[in-house]
Design a protein around this ligand. Structure first.
Ligand code: AR6
Length: 169
């Protein structure tokens, strides 16, 4: 069973084998975590994402799936891009959010990554309520974390940190 740790801060300052990106299906960048990762990781990440679009994902990466690229200049070996669901009041998309965590860990395991850093997927631009996003993240990682040694959640602010602390306890 992996150790689960919580950190408050900027995910691009972390060192780990793999850093998970809250991407969109274009894989070509955006705001939030995605923007920060591409800015700090440099152009090698975008170049590899473009190749992934030309080869394996011509229509984009589907919601709930995950794929790895180089981590460029980040203190990591890989960035694992995953696409969270947009929050919906009328439709329960929790299974897709859980799938992001599970698929990212599966990819990490295949790569041989032992430390994996996650942001709170979907809780920014995609509007998922933080408390519920934290609960799904912790529950899913607890059941699938046997493939890695450490899972670290990096929460941008105190509100996110407290939500994950509550979900963990
Ligand atoms: N480090 C850690 N957490 C961060 C950082 C950071 N540097 N920046 C934001 N957060 P978001 P999403 C927090 O919007 O909701 C992009 O445009 C943020 O406060 O990054 O999955 C993509 O291209 C929030 O709690 O991801 C997609 O189009 C959490 O990270 C879309 O946004 C996730 O916020 C994905 O939206």
């Amino acid at each position: 069973m992996a150790t689960i740790r919580l950190v408050q801060g900027d995910i691009t300052s972390e060192s780990a084998d793999a850093i998970v990106n809250a991407a969109n299906s274009s894989l070509l960048g955006g705001g939030g975590v995605d923007g920060a990762i591409h800015r700090r990781g440099g152009p090698a990440i975008l170049a590899e994402c473009r190749r992934l679009r030309e080869t394996d994902y011509p229509a984009g990466l589907p919601t709930g799936q995950a794929v790895a690229s180089t981590a460029g200049d980040l203190n990591a070996r890989w960035v694992i891009h995953t696409v969270g669901p947009v929050w919906s009041q009328s439709e329960d998309r929790s299974a897709l959010l859980a799938s992001c965590y599970r698929e990212s860990l599966r990819v990490a395991g295949e790569l041989g990554a032992s430390t994996v850093v996650f942001p709170a997927i979907s809780t920014g631009v995609y509007g998922w309520p933080m408390d519920d996003g934290a609960r799904i993240a912790i529950e899913t990682v607890r059941s699938f974390a046997h493939v890695v040694e450490e899972v670290r959640f990096v929460l941008f602010d105190a509100h996110g940190y407290r939500a994950f602390e509550t979900a963990l306890s």
